[in-house]
Design a binder for this molecule. Structure first.
Ligand code: 5AD
Ligand code: SF4
Length: 469
């Protein structure tokens, strides 16, 4: 089925007087996939007649699109729900109704447990079934505690309305497009294969149609996203198999699209054609997020990562041969069960060997139902904290070094929005850095060459040296 623009049984916005006054807040936690899903849920809410709320205060429908990757992420949601329960209760006394929805990975993982811990929740909906939100909300009007955590056979994307051009324009010139979901890798620490299900790829035609609509509404940069995006294996319009490299090339060819990115990739799916795309596709930004997790082969084996340190370094060498200026980024876990000081030192060695532009490091968090949670050798919190601090210090030093090395260079910047100061605009370099420059707001959506004059802790500053295009 093609991606529809209308929803059966859904009243168009503004159909009733009441519809103009109701507002929805979709609050996104966690990863980029959730940001994308939240936008699609906002589109659905729009079709149901909800305007966009500025915050919880003016929201009649509140959706928490949750994350379950680490324990902290889940606990944060429960504490947020506690506050929302009070708000809902106060409003109920004043005769105003509030609908609370828990969506995303926590919803998928805990389902009915959420209603038990927080009965004020009206709807629990998993990441594979949120296209059913309109009917679930209708059901919630007549009974409390509606749950849908199925992995329905129908294609969620085929049932989602296309984002209205005004909403796309409001969201900015850089957009996420989910092209692949789920994961079959089963790293021993990770909940994703359980919360997001098996790997599945969207048809290339549907993805390209969506990118075309985004571009028509002003989007200039797309990031193709998936839990394992480089495992993408879709079908093109002629029914032939197409991988991520082919999809990137096709996305780069969509009129209006100036830049393409992708995330997140698994080392074992870094195919030769994808590496070659970094050499051949001009619009593909020279930035690669390639999580390695650990620099110890022993830990990698226990994590079921299916690659060794040497494999990873080999891929890094290949990618640098294809695109010498590529900026690399990674995720790391410290304090994985059984990780010794020597294992951790090996991670520091790997970081020194690669040299990252920016990275994320996390303390291992035992997740219920994953193999690592049951393993012997759980590492003491204080040891985890010390290792995290040491790794983050090294990664930060590399990030500052990378940013500092950009001073004096000329970088192509895609301008995204007004800067902090009057007369300033801010955009992104090919390497994902925020770049501030003096210039008119008409630059938003345009690319210009910027001479980098300085590097601050979180951004670069520069001077526009070419006419915008
Ligand atoms: N504990 C800590 N970090 C984790 N990640 C995934 N699962 C866990 C966990 N149980 C990290 C990995 C992954 C990133 C998205 O989150 O580094 O790449
Ligand atoms: Fe989780 Fe590993 Fe899959 Fe990434 S590749 S989502 S870390 S199981």
């Amino acid at each position: 089925m093609s991606e529809s623009t209308t929803l059966e049984g859904v009243r168009p916005a503004a159909a009733t007087a009441q519809s103009q006054t109701r507002r929805a807040l979709i609050k996104s936690f966690g990863c980029q996939m959730n940001v994308y899903d939240s936008q699609r849920m906002a589109d659905l809410a729009g079709l149901l007649g909800y305007g966009e709320a500025g915050g919880v205060e003016d929201a009649d429908l509140i959706v928490l699109n949750t994350c379950h990757i680490r324990e902290k992420a889940s606990e944060k949601i429960y504490s947020e729900l506690g506050k929302l329960r009070e708000l809902k209760e106060q409003r109920r006394k004043a005769g105003r109704r509030t609908t609370l929805v828990v969506a995303g990975c926590l919803a998928q993982a805990e389902g009915a447990e959420i209603l038990r811990r927080q009965p004020a929740v009206d709807v629990v909906v998993g990441p594979q079934s949120y296209h059913r939100l309109p009917e679930l909300l209708r059901e919630a009007e007549v009974r409390s505690g509606v749950i849908d955590t199925d992995f329905p056979i129908e294609d969620k994307f085929a049932h989602l309305p296309a984002s209205p051009p005004e909403a796309v324009a409001r969201r900015g010139v850089a957009a996420f497009v989910t092209v692949q979901e789920g994961c079959d890798k089963f790293c021993s620490f990770c909940v994703v294969p359980y919360t997001r299900g098996a790997e599945a790829s969207r048809p290339a035609g549907a993805v390209l149609d969506e990118i075309g609509r985004l571009a028509s509404a002003g989007v200039r940069e797309v990031m193709l996203i998936g839990q394992n995006v480089n495992a993408y294996h879709g079908l093109d319009r002629a029914g032939r198999a197409i991988g991520l490299a082919g999809l990137i090339a096709a996305a780069a060819g969509v009129p209006g699209i100036r830049r393409v990115r992708y995330a997140t990739s698994h080392p074992i799916d870094m195919s030769d054609d994808l590496i070659a795309a970094h050499r051949d596709v001009e619009a593909l930004a020279p930035y690669l997020h390639l999580p390695v997790q650990s620099g110890s082969d022993r830990v990698l084996a226990s994590m079921n990562r299916r690659h060794r340190v040497s494999d990873y370094l080999g891929i890094v060498a290949q990618i640098r041969a294809a695109r010498s200026d590529i900026a690399l980024s990674s995720d790391f876990i410290v304090g994985y069960p059984g990780e010794t000081d020597a294992d951790f030192d090996a991670t520091l060695d790997l970081v020194r060997a690669v040299g990252y532009a920016s990275s994320f490091a996390f303390k291992y968090s035992a997740r219920p139902g994953t193999p690592a949670a049951e393993m012997d050798g759980q590492v003491d919190e204080a040891v985890k904290a010390a290792r995290l601090a040491a790794l983050q210090a090294l990664l930060e030093e590399q990030r500052q070094g990378f940013n500092g090395a950009c001073v004096g260079r000329r970088l192509e910047v895609l301008f995204e929005k007004r800067g902090r100061r009057e007369g300033q605009v801010v955009g992104r370099s090919p390497y994902m850095q925020a770049v501030y420059a003096e210039g008119p707001l008409s630059l938003i959506g345009a690319m210009a060459e910027v001479e980098i004059l300085g590097a601050g802790p979180n951004s670069l500053r520069g001077r526009i040296v070419s006419p915008a295009s």
